[in-house]
Design a protein around this ligand. Structure first.
Ligand SMILES: [Zn+2]
Length: 125
């Protein structure tokens, strides 16, 4: 069953994955709703907790939620709209891959596999 806020979240994220930027056009389908803080970790259905995400990012992220120890080290997933991503990640537009600027950026890129070959290819400008 579709998430009741599916259409709202879809439009809020301009029909693109909040984590990797893949569009519905590139994915060839609608994307999915990710709970930024998973249900399993106490996440709610609040609009802020709903991220439009492609299947792959959603799979890679799965039920990840940082432990207190990880959080203390800044090891967490960045929120597409509530975090300033540019502090943590820079894009090498020529080579098409993402470069981590902080440990959080590195963790985020690795957990979500944001330098997967298909994304790198898609990002070359
Ligand atoms: Zn994605």
């Amino acid at each position: 069953m579709r998430h009741p806020r599916f259409e709202f979240v879809r439009l809020k994220y301009l029909r693109a994955c909040g984590y990797c930027g893949v569009t519905e056009t590139s994915a060839g389908s609608e994307l999915t709703i990710d709970h930024y803080q998973p249900h399993a970790s106490g996440g709610t259905e609040a609009d802020d907790n709903l991220v439009y995400a492609c299947t792959k990012c959603n799979q890679y992220k799965h039920n990840f939620w940082p432990t207190a120890q990880q959080l203390a080290q800044g090891l967490r997933i960045l929120h597409p709209l509530n975090d300033d991503i540019s502090i943590h990640i820079s894009a090498n537009d020529e080579a098409g891959y993402l470069v981590a600027l902080t440990p959080t950026g590195m963790f985020h890129i690795n957990l979500l596999h944001l330098n997967r070959p298909q994304l790198v290819e898609l990002s070359i400008v």
